[in-house]
Design a protein. Structure first.
Length: 157
């Protein structure tokens, strides 16, 4: 997006063309370095099995090679029911061997993930979905740092 936005802003505001060019280049350099650093740090997460509260983590799961094994919502947007959670408990096993983590966003109720964690021992993790989604996620870079730190803090099975 920055590659498209920088030149467009320079076109709209030619008096500041050099500033847009320089800032876009600086951002892209910082962004590409951060991606390399994040991908290196995230390597241990590849193949981790997660239960998602909602289908909001598809891109993250794809990028980090996480395997979604179940969702807490029986249908996207429909709150988890007792019957669905009980079925998940049976599917994942009381020992929690069917998943490595349960992930949810800050705005989603922690009750379903806490319920499943209490019964399986699978760690429940709140991930900030966007900038401002946690105290630490104050910009795009700290958002990704926070998400990775939270995932990497989950004890290995």
């Amino acid at each position: 997006m920055a590659q498209a936005l920088g030149p467009r802003l320079a076109e709209l505001d030619p008096g500041n063309r050099d500033a847009y060019r320089d800032r876009t280049a600086a951002f892209l350099e910082r962004w590409n370095a951060a991606i390399s650093r994040w991908e290196q740090r995230a390597r241990p997460l590849a193949g981790s099995r997660v239960v998602s509260h909602h289908k909001s983590w598809v891109y993250l799961q794809d990028w980090l090679s996480l395997q979604e094994v179940a969702t807490l919502e029986p249908v996207p947007g429909v709150p988890p029911t007792a019957a669905h959670l009980s079925a998940l408990l049976s599917e994942l096993g009381a020992d929690g061997g069917g998943a490595d983590a349960i992930i949810r966003s800050a705005f989603q109720s922690p009750k379903p993930s806490d319920w499943l964690q209490e019964r399986t021992g699978i760690p429940a993790v709140m991930l900030p979905l966007t900038v401002g989604g946690s105290d630490r996620a104050q910009d795009l870079f700290s958002l990704f740092d926070d998400v990775l730190d939270r995932l990497l803090a989950v004890p290995a099975p």
